[in-house]
Design a protein around this ligand. Structure first.
Ligand code: ADP
Length: 371
């Protein structure tokens, strides 16, 4: 089956939306011409975010920014992945408040529950059933090779559970529950999406063409990884706290974290190559600073006059300018619990309808219809 390279396109603004929709419609139509089932949808988007802590800059630029753009152009399903969080966070004392926080933070970032279906994973009971069928199509060897599984097993040797091993299977169930084709995610999810395509190809091959192949998606060509401020790893909800900028951080905490970012004495040769940790800081500037500010510091770096203290002060102020309004909006949304409950209920109803339709197709395709 031909693979559509979604992440390699550059469809940024509205003209590109037009192009993207028609490109995929054309691709899916082209594929379906030779397939028995021409009913595979091509305009559906699905993604999720775990309630394992506070939403951070990496979640925003890797995922949520794309949710906000895509909700105007596609049928979108976004969820709070509470079941996924149980694989690494078995203690559920804070789950209820974390779920609300993640809902509020996504909405404060621009996700509109009137445009997209926004729901909690555990409210869609069909997911467990689809996960079970997909588990028969996933092999132990490939699951054990997954980079995120190996990382998590290394970090938490006391809790290497089967849920962690089959995390990409559950993720596939979530995506294909709505027969989605595009999955806006950060770079860390690339391998999971490759696995999702494999499971889908196996399902379609064994039981009939029901599902489109899902692809990781980012509007800016490559999938991105927002690095931690300490020069290692990525920003993350539950690890690397001082190296991660959370939308819940107060202004002074944002300044403190940015000022502590790893730098050095500056280059001693003109036009030197930037070390990774300096490259990371420039990458963060590109996310929130004006172009002229970035090019000034690029020039300063290239002629060895860069002052990292000044650069970090500027970056800190631009971060505060970008992040503080989202924090304030989040707090307003969190103060209105009835609204959040309504969002969850409406989301569960809409996502539930979609799930029921898919599961009818799945049970029929597998042959679990005896009368
Ligand atoms: P976390 O790793 O912070 O717990 P999740 O696993 O809930 O985040 O991922 C939610 C979304 O955010 C995913 O699409 C993931 O790829 C994206 N994401 C998480 N961290 C980063 C990062 N540092 N840079 C880019 N995207 C990220």
């Amino acid at each position: 089956m031909q693979q559509v390279k979604v992440a390699g396109l550059n469809p940024i603004e509205s003209a590109d939306f037009y192009y993207l929709r028609h490109y995929y419609f054309y691709k899916m139509t082209e594929k379906n011409l030779n397939k028995p089932n021409s009913d595979i949808p091509s305009q559906i988007v699905m993604s999720g975010i775990r309630p394992t802590g506070m939403v951070h800059l990496g979640n925003y630029f890797g995922a949520i920014r794309n949710y906000v753009k895509m909700q105007d152009a596609f049928e979108c399903y976004f969820m709070v992945a509470d079941l996924h969080s149980l694989t690494t966070h078995p203690d559920t004392k804070e789950l209820k408040s974390n779920v609300r926080r993640v809902l509020a933070e996504n909405i404060a970032c621009g996700l509109d529950p009137e445009k997209a279906t926004f729901y909690c994973q555990s409210h869609i009971r069909e997911t467990g059933e689809l996960y079970l069928y997909l588990n028969m199509l996933a092999y132990k060897g490939e699951l054990e090779k997954t980079v995120t599984f190996k990382d998590k097993a290394r970090q938490h040797p006391e809790n290497v559970n089967a849920g962690l091993l089959t995390y990409p299977v559950l993720q596939t169930a979530d995506i294909i529950m709505h027969r989605a084709s595009y999955v806006p995610v950060g770079k860390d999810q690339e391998q999971h999406l490759e696995m999702a395509r494999n499971f889908v190809v196996r399902f379609n091959h064994r039981y009939g063409e029901i599902f489109p192949e899902p692809h990781a998606f980012n509007y800016n060509q490559e999938l991105i990884k927002v690095p931690g401020l300490d020069g290692t790893g990525k920003m993350s909800k539950s690890e690397n706290n001082m190296a991660t900028l959370y939308f819940a951080d107060e202004d002074d905490m944002i300044r403190k974290k940015v000022m502590k970012a790893l730098t050095d004495q500056g280059p001693t040769e003109k036009n030197a190559q930037k070390p990774d940790y300096i490259e990371n800081i420039f990458m963060l500037m590109k996310l929130v600073c004006e172009e002229d500010v970035i090019s000034k510091y690029e020039d300063d770096f290239n002629n060895c006059s860069i002052r990292y203290g000044d650069l970090k002060k500027q970056l800190a102020e631009d971060m505060v300018k970008f992040m503080a309004p989202i924090r304030q909006k989040t707090n307003d949304i969190l103060a209105n619990d009835a609204y959040l409950v309504e969002v969850m209920e409406k989301g569960a109803q809409k996502a539930g309808e979609s799930a029921k339709k898919t599961m009818d197709l799945v049970r029929n395709a597998i042959g679990l219809n005896y009368f």
